[in-house]
Design a protein around this ligand. Structure first.
Ligand code: HEC
Ligand code: HEC
Ligand code: HEC
Length: 436
């Protein structure tokens, strides 16, 4: 027994000695590095800083912007090509202030306007992780494809001056008014800060700035934005197109497993769930959900939708022979069922769905044209997929089926035209429509 303890103590000592020999910090800092790793998940740094099939955090992922392609940079601790030579101050200046070590302003494709909210303690943990917990990779950064004069960086300094918020100086505020209030504050901190949810879920203004960075800036905050041809939906309390009908538990299940009884993650959100939110603790997910549930709706007067069973009846008895109903029966009903209720957590419901009822039909048309795949998560490993119909359905057929879905089972979305579909087909690079 004693011998075992001594052996364990000696091997622990040996391990920590080996640790120190190659310059990595002692065991006391291991905890900090681990915390930094967790925070890097919350910030989803890997999503943008890893190229397709590339090494983690080595950069080189092209991010499309209206100006041209911007490439993420190598943030591994490699001394020559990465950020191995960055001091804590250099790192903080890039992550929260949007200024690189050599003094040039970063493109806001790096969401520093959100990370400005991150507390100094959390930035220290992130720094410890990026210096000591990430494998260094030698990989040169790529220049942007933006052509001169737009490629000049100095206007970015003006942009920063106009739109970037103040950087947090205080530790995260702790509230003494009880656990519920503390959870709300924690949720707000994660949503506004590391989670940078607003980067996708808030509409943008004339200079591509987010119209609101916090709830205090107004109800544009998290009211929905379009990213890569997907509508990052309204996350406020709206009854038809927001999270009004979702419970706190529904939101937690969605962020943890990528699906719930209402919907399943697709587009940019599939990646957010896959490499970020599924790794968060239940306490943090509950805090995020509680905070989202506290956001009032944009439209306070909208009534919740009610399910209408008459459409399912008409489909079953064959009384609806319209083009939209026929297209639905032939292409969609096998999975989403004639009731529009699908199979929970497998084939999402279309009845009363916020995707279907959003005023902007971008996601709906996009998913019918190109299909989608849920993320496989630890909580729900099967990544069910929907096939794309771009090569099987004409613009008119897609418009018919989408209009049918938007007006059936109690849904109240406006009609979609063949011209709308043609535009999305072009924007998202779907296959040309089939000849008829
Ligand atoms: C939405 C995409 C996105 C996310 C998420 C993101 N970054 Fe970035 N980041 C970028 C882009 C793009 C650049 C390069 C910007 C430029 O060249 O102007 C960048 C630049 C940087 C730089 C400056 C590097 C240099 O060469 O000076 C650092 C440091 C950095 N990011 C760290 C992080 C950390 C840490 C996280 C997570 C907390 C993170 N980034 C999350 C897109 C992102
Ligand atoms: C890279 C862009 C992006 C980021 C960042 C992002 N989302 Fe999303 N999100 C989307 C898109 C696109 C959708 C619509 C597709 C879907 O429903 O999965 C979506 C959908 C959702 C939904 C489902 C809403 C519904 O009514 O079906 C929730 C909940 C959600 N996001 C929460 C969050 C939270 C919380 C964060 C921050 C931690 C976040 N998102 C960050 C792009 C993003
Ligand atoms: C083979 C089964 C299958 C068929 C056929 C199918 N879908 Fe889907 N559909 C899915 C799956 C699986 C998802 C979830 C995809 C994801 O989350 O990435 C989905 C998601 C959707 C969504 C998003 C719902 C949400 O909020 O999460 C819509 C809208 C949709 N489908 C409409 C249609 C329409 C319209 C058709 C016919 C043109 C169709 N689907 C055909 C399986 C199918």
């Amino acid at each position: 027994m004693i011998k075992q303890t001594i052996v364990a103590a000696i091997s622990a000592l040996a391990a920590s000695a080996a640790f120190a020999a190659d310059g990595t910090p002692a065991a006391a800092d291991a905890q900090l590095i681990k915390q930094g790793e967790y925070l890097s998940r919350a910030g989803d740094c890997i999503a943008c800083h890893t190229a397709k099939d590339g090494k983690p955090f080595a950069g080189g992922l092209g991010i499309d912007s209206p100006l041209g392609m911007i490439y993420s940079t190598n943030i591994t601790p490699d001394k020559e090509t990465g950020i191995g030579g960055y001091s804590y101050e250099d790192f903080d200046r890039a992550v929260r202030h949007g200024v690189a070590k050599d003094g040039h302003s970063l493109y806001p494709a790096m969401p520093y306007t959100a990370y400005a909210k991150v507390s100094p303690e959390d930035v220290k943990a992130l720094y410890a992780y990026f210096m000591h917990g990430v494998e260094p990779v030698k990989q040169e950064n790529k220049d942007t494809d933006i052509i001169w004069p737009l490629s000049m960086r100095w206007p970015l300094g003006v942009w920063r001056w106009m739109f970037a918020p103040d950087v947090a100086t205080a530790p995260v505020s702790v509230d003494t008014k009880g656990a519920d209030r503390a959870a709300l504050l924690r949720g707000q901190y994660l949503v506004e800060g590391l989670g940078h949810c607003s980067t996708c879920h808030t509409p943008r203004g004339f200079a591509l700035q987010e119209k609101a960075l916090t709830e205090a800036d107004g109800s544009a905050f998290l009211s929905g934005g379009v990213v890569d041809g997907w509508l990052a939906k309204n996350l406020r309390g709206d009854a038809t197109d927001g999270l009004g009908s979702w419970s706190q538990e529904d939101i937690v299940a969605f962020l943890k497993s990528g699906r719930n009884g209402h919907s399943a993650a697709f587009g940019g959100m599939a990646q957010v769930v896959g490499d970020s939110t599924q790794h968060l603790s239940d306490a943090d997910l509950n805090a995020i959900a509680a905070y989202l549930k506290s956001l009032p709706p944009v439209n306070k007067d909208a009534k919740p939708l009610a399910y209408d069973p008459s459409v399912a009846q008409a489909l079953r008895t064959g009384t609806d022979k319209g083009d939209g109903a026929m297209a639905f029966l032939n292409n969609c009903a096998a999975c989403h069922r004639s009731t529009g209720k699908g199979y929970a957590e497998t084939f999402p419901q279309l009845a009363l769905s916020s995707t279907v009822n959003s005023a902007d039909p971008a996601s709906l048309i996009h998913i019918v044209l190109k299909g989608a795949q849920m993320p496989g998560t630890t909580a729900a490993p099967t990544a069910y997929a929907m096939p794309g119909f771009d090569w099987r359905m004409t613009d008119k057929e897609v418009a018919d089926v989408v209009t049918f879905v938007r007006s059936s089972w109690g849904n109240k979305g406006a009609a979609v035209t063949a011209a709308d579909v043609a535009q999305v087909r072009k924007d998202v690079g779907a296959a040309p429509q089939p000849a008829r």
